[in-house]
Design a protein around this ligand. Sequence first.
Ligand code: MN
Length: 199
Amino acid sequence: MPRYELPALPYAYDALEPWCPAETLELHHSKHHAAYVKGANTSADALANLPEGEDPHRVQGLRSALTFNLAGHVLHSLFWESMAPEPAKPSGDLETAVTNQFGGHKQLNDQLTAACMGVHGSGWGVLSVDPCTGQLEVGAFEDHHHLIVPGVKALAVIDVWEHAYYLSYRNDREGWVTKVLEHLDWAGISNRYTASANR
Ligand code: MN
């Protein structure tokens, strides 16, 4: 059994049309996400079967590959869960936190858009909860695993690697981000936010 497995999408490949075409979603899930799962398994297997006296530089190279690929797997898994074809509206404690901290969803979305647009190259916009204060935070991860505060609990992520949008949106990253923001699933985000309070 492989250590890591590609999860099924929580909806069909054509469920996010027309703003996210089935071709894009299928490639993204069955090729890109699958490649991170494969890379994580390959790296983890190599680390589990190191010959005695292996060069420590090679060991650290494998650890770096595992981190990159496993972070890609974890983030894509959360990305699929962050969206829904017919997303739930915000409510409850999370809605109160958004209002108190940002002033409302328009302001939160403006922050998330700015975070996504500020990613240099490939990365992710992130809505997270600070493990120390319980405050909501908006930020970005570059690649899959740079700029991450240790222990941060990501509640929703927005993929702004070009493979996520370039087939339809070309260089219009902001157009893509706007559509993802319209389809954030606030039921799932709220469940993750509530669970984070019990840490
Ligand atoms: Mn991706």
